[in-house]
Design a protein around this ligand. Structure first.
Ligand code: E4P
Length: 219
């Protein structure tokens, strides 16, 4: 399983990129709005930092396929080597995914909450589907079951090349579960990437090495 970072904050993106662990970035309208910066310029800046797929979503106010395709083309044009157009899972969204993929523009179908939605997005030609674990957990449905089910279904059909991005990840336990469930990618907030690096025994071990070393060799 690969890691993407799920943020539009360029400081966090730089820090995670410097760690050497991320292969891409996902954003959404809420994440970009949080930064209070220009929408397109933020995406272009992110694409200049990370050499991997960068998901930029069509405007939250757009609902028809034709406009989604136009916006998707503009997002892709920001950096055709990196940009992936994120499209919400609706009937119009599916039409836009079909049209964009026919033009060779990769798409990430977002707001996936059922296996059938994932299957439809894959058949429309989405390069990625994003099942939202945390938001399902929030309504007392185990989000990880959805990731596992999509993974099993896609494995039944070798002609499906759509990758599963486990999204709405909230904690390190989600990460281990996603890897076991067969997600291709987990898109992870910076805070959770940091949490994944930590273990109290690692901290204790470092302190002990330091104490033993300085006792004999000095500082
Ligand atoms: C994924 O692509 C979304 O941007 C994100 O994971 C949503 O996470 P949230 O449910 O924590 O807002």
């Amino acid at each position: 399983m690969k890691f993407f970072i799920d943020t539009a904050n360029v400081d966090e993106i730089r820090k995670a990129n410097d760690m050497g662990v991320i292969s891409g970035v996902t954003t959404n309208p809420s994440l970009i709005a949080k930064e209070h910066k220009d929408y397109a310029k933020t995406l272009a800046e992110i694409a200049s930092i990370v050499d991997g797929p960068i998901s930029g979503e069509v405007k939250a106010t757009t609902t028809d396929a034709e406009t989604m395709v136009k916006e998707g083309e503009a997002i892709y044009a920001l950096d055709p080597k990196h940009m992936v157009v994120k499209i919400p899972m609706t009937v119009e969204g599916l039409k836009a995914i079909k049209a964009l993929s026919a033009k060779g523009i990769p798409t990430n179908c977002t707001l996936i909450f059922s296996a059938n939605q994932a299957l439809l997005a894959a058949r429309a030609g989405a390069a990625y589907v994003s099942p939202f674990l945390g938001r399902l957990d929030d309504i007392s449905q185990p989000g990880i079951d959805l990731v596992r089910t999509i993974s099993e279904i896609f494995a039944n059909y070798p002609d499906i090349h759509t990758q599963i991005i486990a999204a709405s990840v909230r904690n390190p336990i989600h990460i281990t579960e996603c890897a076991l469930a067969g997600a291709d990618i987990a898109t992870v907030p910076y805070k959770v990437i940091e949490q994944m690096t930590r273990h109290p025994l690692t901290d204790q071990g470092i302190e002990k090495f330091k104490a033993d070393y300085t006792a004999v060799f000095g500082a």
